[in-house]
Design a protein around this ligand. Structure first.
Ligand code: ADP
Length: 536
């Protein structure tokens, strides 16, 4: 028997219409060098309609790729809403990539138009010669003497009327594409559909996940070029959540000011950002984080000390999320179950998260056999579901899939209630004397020491044990803490044979284009003898 329900496609244009009507007065705030500016959802949606008309006049049609090279700001939101709704495909470019990576990605995606923030035009100028598919470059902001022919975003919009007639599309049509950062091999494109975006947004509003709602105002620190700002732009319009866009003001101090001035209830970003916010707050006479009731930290392991510091010093709950570009990204959120209190509550927040409805998960061993969900058996996480990718755009990668499941490359355990614990990415694991040491656990533990600001652990070759951990530490300002003291500190938390004997103290740790510790770069520095290492 077939159901009698109506058949309506899940389209991004309907998320736009919903936010435009139901939450017309909600605002999007953007930080600028001269202060905060804002626009309402209604205004933003009307401007998105004008943009769609302008893009159509420029010849953009179904399936054409429209790229952005932009910070988090209101204009970027307008492009987010307009491009998929008109049937074209939004392609967000990571402004921290090397020029040759950008060239590769733009050509591979066959981008027709790029919308660029004025202060990023110099970056585009460096690659302009090599991106033949791009027909128009639209600049957001004043650009009196551009190094090449550009169109002005505001002028384009002024020439059009609102009221664009969003087309009927198929819910499986491509809506957005993102490239993985290419830490292993060439960057690979992942294509999200209208349907996958819809379902992912809906899941993000669940009280069992991030619970975006119209009672929230969200500080969106995660870049809009990093997996769609974790879906927050579309979820915000669906749920009526206001957004604060920090543009390039991503240090602890300006974020602290934005929080006390604009009073967000929710904030999204990678752990390194929140570490810097904690530092800035500790150096401020009266830090005010009182508006925040939760922070979603994800993209990398969240250290226990960070969860405790936000709770004990500022009364803010830290939620951890797990995901990747291939998974839209949200798969799991570490909301502690009801009735769990005290340290046990924190034990749950330290996990990567509990898997959301809609995603299927399993753990497999090296032979590909499924291992038990008992919180003890270790394996690689494999996923499938309506917002998990089934392939890559224009690239064959059969080794990343198994029988229709996406192989994540993340290793860990799964408990009987669906909570994931990540021990490592497979390429970061340390094999010592035939046993695995978790670099994630070592670095998140050592970061709990008061004299440690940041730490990352990599494997180094060892004649006897095959590999041993090297711990690279950034001390807090003024600290002289020694390797012996840190090893002693670690010894109360981890097994003796895990304790690193190799230590290096540095001024800063290399970060990836989305702000995570860059272990590949650390391995290179070590291999080329650029790290000063002491061995105990
Ligand atoms: P990149 O490869 O640039 O890091 P992604 O943002 O897609 O690109 O990263 C996904 C990876 O980030 C995951 O495979 C996982 O290794 C890591 N990750 C994400 N969330 C967490 C988390 N909560 N704990 C540990 N690792 C995480």
């Amino acid at each position: 028997m077939r159901s009698t329900m109506q058949d309506a496609p899940l389209l991004i244009r309907d998320i736009v219409r919903h936010g435009q009507w139901m939450y017309a007065d909600k605002e999007i705030f953007t930080a600028t060098p001269t202060g905060i500016v804002s626009g309402t959802f209604a205004e933003v949606a009307l401007r998105a309609e004008r943009l769609a008309a302008a893009l159509t006049r420029l010849g953009v049609s179904r399936d054409d790729r429209v790229a952005t090279l932009m910070w988090n700001n209101q204009t970027h939101m307008e492009v987010y809403l307009a491009v998929p709704s008109m049937g074209a495909i939004l392609h967000t470019l990571n402004l921290r990539l090397f020029p040759d990576q950008l060239v590769f990605i733009i050509n591979h995606a066959d981008d027709k138009v790029i919308v660029v923030d004025a202060n990023l035009v110099p970056l585009l100028a460096r690659i302009k010669e090599h991106i033949g598919s791009v027909r128009h470059i639209i600049v957001n902001g004043s650009m009196p003497d551009a190094p090449f022919e550009v169109l002005d975003y505001e002028e384009l919009l002024e020439a059009e009327e609102p009221g664009f007639d969003w087309p009927d599309l198929d819910e499986d049509d491509a809506a957005v594409m993102c490239y993985t950062s290419g830490t292993t091999g060439e960057p690979k494109g992942v294509v999200y559909s209208h349907r996958s975006t819809w379902l992912h947004s809906l899941a993000s509003t669940s009280a069992n996940s991030i619970a975006f709602s119209d009672r929230d105002r969200c500080l969106l620190v995660v870049p809009m070029f990093h997996v769609n700002a974790w879906g927050a732009a579309y979820t915000a319009f669906m749920a009526g959540t206001e957004l604060i866009m920090p543009q390039m003001f991503l240090q602890g101090e300006p974020l602290l000011n934005m929080i006390s001035e604009l009073r967000p209830t929710l904030a999204l970003g990678v752990p390194t950002i929140w570490n810097d916010l904690l530092r800035a707050a500790s150096e401020h006479p009266h830090p005010d984080l009182s508006s925040l009731n939760r922070i979603l930290a994800g993209g990398a392991a969240v250290p226990r000390f960070m969860i405790e510091a936000f709770r004990d010093r500022h009364g803010v709950d830290v939620l951890q999320g797990w995901g990747m570009t291939e998974t839209s990204p949200l798969v799991a959120v570490s909301l502690p179950p009801r009735g769990v209190t005290g340290d046990r509550e924190t034990d749950y927040r330290v996990k990567a998260g509990r898997v959301m409805a809609g995603v299927e998960i399993r753990l497999t061993n090296e032979e590909g056999a499924v291992v038990p969900r008992d919180g003890a058996a270790v394996g690689e996480f494999e996923l499938r579901g309506p917002w998990i990718t089934g392939s890559y755009y224009g690239a064959d990668a059969p080794e990343l899939f198994r029988d229709g499941w996406l192989r994540t490359g993340d290793i860990g355990t799964l408990d009987p209630h669906g909570f994931m614990v990540i021990t490592d990415r497979s390429k970061d694991m340390i094999k010592s004397g035939g046993e695995w040491i978790s670099s994630v656990q070592l670095e998140t533990t050592v970061m709990g020491h008061d004299d440690v600001y940041e730490a990352a652990v990599i494997a180094v070759a060892d004649d006897r044990w095959h590999e041993r951990p090297l711990c690279v530490v950034v001390r807090t300002p003024g600290s002289q803490v020694s390797a012996e003291e840190l090893r002693e500190y670690l010894s109360t938390f981890v097994a003796k044979w895990w304790l690193p004997e190799h230590w290096s103290f540095v001024e800063t740790l290399p970060k990836t284009s989305v702000g995570k510790f860059n272990k590949r770069e650390l391995r290179r520095l070590y291999a080329e003898g650029e790290l000063e290492v002491s061995t105990l």
